[in-house]
Design a protein around this ligand. Structure first.
Ligand code: HEM
Length: 399
């Protein structure tokens, strides 16, 4: 039995119910088995507690201030120098390099070929994770995913693992201090593999999962934020100018784009026992429950009768995030939410404590480098996608 939940309260309650189990990735076990998103109950809490140590504000601040700028500059430089590029390519290269740093895969952002190679593998991992929605021959997809995982293991995973294991040995012998360790998921897992009884296969799949979870959603949010800003800027040119100079305004725009175009438009769950929502809606044990984030994020009872319209200046009720439920909620809520979306906008917070988030920083870097829509070559929508995905989106850099 399939049940679709599409209003704000239903989706929020379903996300928060501990009797609803993740159900989106059973068929995608080749990449997803034993990963954080697929765990439930105690096992999930233990792994999450460990990984949360890394996803802390001080570390976000370190990433945002020490890592982001350099990686984005190195990735964007060839496009800015050429004066042109494609939004999707710029987005996925930046997102791939940043996510690799956070996951713990060593990757030089100046090496374009290697970035593209890594991305081609990670795209396959996503295809493997979401295989239940695939219209292709599933065994063929699985065989391609297996090949991508094998070559990734040899060319990226093992060299990064060896370097981290050497550092951990140096830590154990007192040669270096904990501060000298890379601040990434891979190092954290290796350092705690024994206490959490994580075997090598699980660590490997967790890294594959992180790479796809971070890269795909960051790139998607980047493209939508820029596209929405360009469209809004046609009627509101002063706002586009403001975005070229003001990072906090870009963050506000990013939150609005994320609300309207969530990177993962649905979440799937199955009740482990009958669950009754507060208005009496019954979710029977074993049902296939679809949480529709696009519809929940446009619920007029929360966002008013302009809920469907892009408006970066909109007011939202207290206690409601500007990005709606695009980062999920409850126990599986996105660990990368503050990293990508920054801290919620609060004008009373001192500037030095502000975090604007990866996506806003990427968008701001593009706009402040003079990035603009190529009016002679309009973007082309992907004809094979029901959603707003672009197969090309030419941009120019006008200095
Ligand atoms: C705009 C960017 C992003 C969006 C919209 C997004 C969205 C989401 C959503 C909706 C979930 C919950 C899925 C569910 O409950 O079924 C989730 C979970 C997760 N996300 Fe993100 N994500 C983003 C960026 C990132 C980044 C940058 C990382 C890491 C580098 C990341 C890592 C994760 C992980 C590890 C989980 C699983 C958490 C758990 O199961 O406890 N995400 N994300």
């Amino acid at each position: 039995m399939m049940i679709e939940l599409s209003n704000w309260l239903h989706v929020k309650e379903a996300f928060r119910s501990k009797h609803l189990r993740q159900a989106g990735y059973t068929e995608g076990a080749i990449v997803m088995e034993g990963t954080l998103l697929d765990l439930h109950g105690l096992e999930h809490r233990e792994r999450r507690r460990l990984e949360n140590r890394l996803f802390r504000r001080e570390i976000f601040s370190y990433w945002e201030h020490e890592i982001l700028g350099e990686t984005i500059d190195a990735t964007m430089k060839p496009f800015v120098e050429k004066g042109a590029g494609d939004l999707a390519q710029i987005g996925y290269r930046c997102a791939m390099n940043l996510t690799a740093t956070i996951a713990g895969i060593d990757q030089d952002p100046r090496d374009e070929e290697q970035t593209d190679l890594l991305y081609s593998k990670v795209k396959k991992f996503s295809e493997g994770a979401t295989i239940m929605h695939s219209t292709r021959d599933k065994d063929e997809v699985r065989s391609e995913v297996r090949k991508a995982m094998e070559s990734f293991h040899r060319d990226f995973f093992l060299p990064s693992k060896n370097r981290r294991e050497e550092l951990l040995l140096e830590l154990a012998s007192g040669k270096i201090s904990e501060d000298a360790l890379p601040r990434d998921v891979f190092t954290t897992l290796l350092n705690n593999a024994e206490s959490l009884k994580l075997d090598d296969d699980v660590v490997f799949r967790e890294i594959c999962f992180y790479l796809q979870a971070g890269a795909h959603s960051t790139a998607n949010a980047f493209t939508h934020t820029v596209d929405d800003l360009f469209s809004w800027g046609e009627q509101n040119p002063s706002d586009l100018e403001l975005a070229r100079n003001d990072l906090s305004f870009v963050q506000r725009c990013m939150h609005e784009s994320l609300r309207l175009s969530p990177a993962s438009p649905v979440a799937l769950r199955t009740p482990l026992e009958d669950v009754e929502l507060s208005d009496g809606t019954l979710l029977p044990e074993g049902a296939h429950v679809v949480l529709d984030l696009i519809k929940a994020n446009r619920d007029p009872t929360v966002f008013g009768n302009t809920a469907d319209v892009y408006d970066p200046h909109r007011n939202v009720p207290d206690g409601i995030a500007r990005w709606g439920m695009s980062f999920g909620a409850g126990s599986h809520a996105c660990v990368g939410a503050e990293l990508d979306g920054g801290l919620e906008i609060d004008h009373t917070r001192p500037n030095e404590d502000a975090l604007y988030g990866t996506v806003a920083i990427m968008v701001h870097a593009l706009l402040s480098a003079g990035g603009t829509k190529d009016q002679l070559n309009p973007p082309v929508l992907d004809p094979n996608s029901e959603r707003k995905h672009f197969s090309s989106y030419p941009v120019l850099f006008l200095s």
